[in-house]
Design a protein. Structure first.
Length: 226
């Protein structure tokens, strides 16, 4: 058996659930990418793309000969991840200063409002489309995960601290959906990633606060100088 054939066919069972190794490996690459994002390293993007390619084949279910149900939102978001990751990869390479590829910043209130409107509006628009294409129920959850993932990945590329919180909203909906669909490895990864994203938010928020203190020290408010 050649490595490609093994990758597509190898599986194991846990508590009666059939799990493919490419789902596990794809999520491992995703978690490694998240770690790279936490540390603001450029390599986070290409590592994530490898995981996206593997998971794309997983969520198409029977298209690739597996017994898992079709999750179009999950499959489609892997393609979205690849496209946005290429954008983020290029942006971080251009902005890299030493080892760090991005300086964390808070999004403006206007940008936050746009994120909320896009998340809710995009979910409402995609739900009937995914329903017509036969995605797994509840379809709104699949659409929510797709839109949240798009916004979170874009926020990471921009260096917004809030992108970690968007992932929390994605995970809260994603875990029950994936468990009900039988994607146990991905559901477990979402649980681990949920705790990881909270840590990431705290780390980036502290980095932003430290940068603000350093800026005030280097460039004090001239109105306070006698």
């Amino acid at each position: 058996m050649n490595p490609i054939t093994w990758l597509f066919e190898a599986s194991f069972e846990v508590a009666g659930q059939h799990i493919y190794w490419r789902e596990v490996i794809g999520n491992a690459f995703g978690l490694a990418s998240a770690l790279g994002g936490l540390r603001r390293r450029v390599w986070a993007w290409p590592v994530g793309i490898v995981g996206n390619v593997l998971l794309f084949t997983v969520f198409l279910g029977g298209v690739f000969g597996t017994d898992n149900p079709l999750l179009l939102g999950q499959a489609g978001r892997q393609l979205m991840f690849i496209a946005v990751s290429i954008y983020g990869w290029r942006k971080w390479v251009r902005n890299r200063r030493g080892g760090d590829a991005v300086v964390p910043e808070w999004a403006s209130w206007r940008q936050r409002a746009v994120i909320v409107v896009a998340l809710v509006g995009g979910t409402l628009l995609l739900t009937p489309l995914f329903t017509a294409l036969g995605s797994f129920e509840p379809v709104w959850a699949d659409a929510w995960i797709f839109m949240g993932s798009l916004l979170a990945t874009y926020g990471m590329a921009k260096g917004w601290v809030e992108f970690w919180l968007i992932w929390v909203a994605v995970d809260a909906v994603g875990v029950p959906l994936l468990l009900s669909a039988g994607y146990w490895a991905t559901a477990i990864m979402y649980i681990v990633y949920g705790a990881f994203t909270i840590t990431g938010f705290v780390v980036w928020a502290r980095l932003r606060a430290r940068r603000s203190r350093e800026a005030r020290t280097e460039f004090p408010d001239p109105t306070l100088v006698n």
